[in-house]
Write a protein that binds this ligand. Structure first.
Ligand SMILES: Nc1ncnc2c1ncn2[C@@H]1O[C@H](COP(=O)(O)OP(=O)(O)O)[C@@H](O)[C@H]1O
Ligand SMILES: [Mg+2]
Length: 340
């Protein structure tokens, strides 16, 4: 449904020299520098998949979304969305897609939200049945009625973002692009956005491409992940595969202390499980992080049960944030060849 073939986007930026003389000199001799925002990116997202496009700030996520939605033309390479090249066939493409840019509104700033929906209905020529079904859904899920006649510019961020997401879906697009859709939202509102996206995907098979920094969004919505670093896709696969590349695992346990104290427990663990680190977390529980290259879960558990009077023990899932940090800082990660 979404195909990126060797997508490249370069920007020409003017080199600025420092100081007033520097600013003046750029008036006469302009020096340009090429910024390669997206570098030879290839991926394919099948219909109905909810994919996350993950990367640090400046990794090229928004630029990629802009090429996929037809706002920008690639420097080289090609994008295909529902069979169309978006930047060549912007009008036809617009019927197939919905877009939310968390940083920028797509709604009519001076109009009440419901008027924006009426305009979208005309623009997309949405059939009555579809429009009514969707408005009924948003009314429940997003509490649209509460927004009433308030112009968009007077809405709170949370109200506006809910309206943005609904507006991108109102014409039943085949594909939606959500670029940081929950930036600045509280947990309840994030939940509403996640629920709506998942609902639409389940009901209509809508393909989703989500960029987010929010690990919670990614886990709650996406079944596939693409990780970009410096403009290139460095990991593609399922969320489980990405998490499986974690090189450390964690165990948190609680024990009945017979008087030696938490520091002694930490010291005992670190002496015995060489390479692991332990620290006391809230409630006097102890968190151990151990390299999977040195220790298996079975060995760690065996050691704890032998040396401590364990009352509770959990092995939290590998931490996505930690996995991503390792990828961004360039340490080798196991590459998965599964097509996302
Ligand atoms: N219009 C532009 N002109 C010049 N440089 C740009 C422009 N848009 C983005 N960039 C640069 O391209 C890189 C990628 O930006 P972006 O796609 O916004 O990253 P992300 O969304 O992953 O944070 C950044 O270094 C950014 O400064
Ligand atoms: Mg961005």
């Amino acid at each position: 449904m979404i195909v990126a073939e060797n997508l490249v986007k370069e920007f020409k930026v003017t080199e600025r020299r420092p100081g007033l003389l520097g600013s003046l000199s750029t008036l006469f001799s302009r020096k340009y520098r090429l910024v390669r925002a997206v570098s030879d990116v290839c991926f394919e997202i099948p219909a109905g998949v909810k994919a996350a496009y993950i990367g640090a700030n400046g990794a090229g996520k928004s630029t990629t979304v802009k090429m996929l939605t037809g706002i920008m033309t690639p420097t080289s390479g090609r994008a295909l969305v529902a069979g169309l090249e978006p930047y060549r066939e912007r009008r036809r493409n617009a019927a197939n897609i919905g877009v939310v840019f968390g940083q920028r509104s797509q709604l009519w700033w001076d109009l009440p939200v419901l008027d924006s929906f009426r305009i979208l209905r005309r623009i997309h020529d949405i059939p009555d049945t579809v429009y009514r079904r969707n408005m009924a859904l948003y009314r429940d899920l997003l509490d649209l009625d509460a927004l009433g006649n308030t112009p968009v510019r007077q809405l709170s961020l949370g109200q506006r973002m809910r309206a943005e997401v609904a507006a991108c879906l109102v014409h039943d697009p085949k594909v939606i692009f959500l670029d940081e859709p929950t930036v600045g939202l509280d947990i309840v509102l994030k939940g509403a956005v996640r629920e709506l996206v998942n609902h639409i995907n389940a009901e209509l098979g809508t393909t989703v491409l989500l960029t987010s920094h929010d690990i919670g969004d990614i886990s709650a919505i996406c079944d596939r992940v693409l990780v970009v670093n410096e403009g290139e896709v460095v990991h593609r696969g399922s969320m489980e595969e990405l998490l499986a590349t974690a090189d450390t695992r964690a165990v948190v346990f609680e024990h009945r202390d017979i008087g030696a104290g938490p520091d002694a427990a930490v010291a005992l663990i670190e002496t015995h499980l060489v390479g692991a680190s332990a620290r006391v977390v809230h409630g006097g529980r102890i968190r151990i992080e151990y390299p999977v290259a040195c220790w298996s879960a079975r060995q760690v558990m065996g050691f704890l049960l032998e040396r401590f009077d364990v009352v509770d023990c959990v092995a939290p899932e590998p931490d996505l944030e930690m996995v991503l940090r390792r990828i961004y800082t360039g340490q080798p990660a196991k590459r998965s060849e599964t097509v996302a």
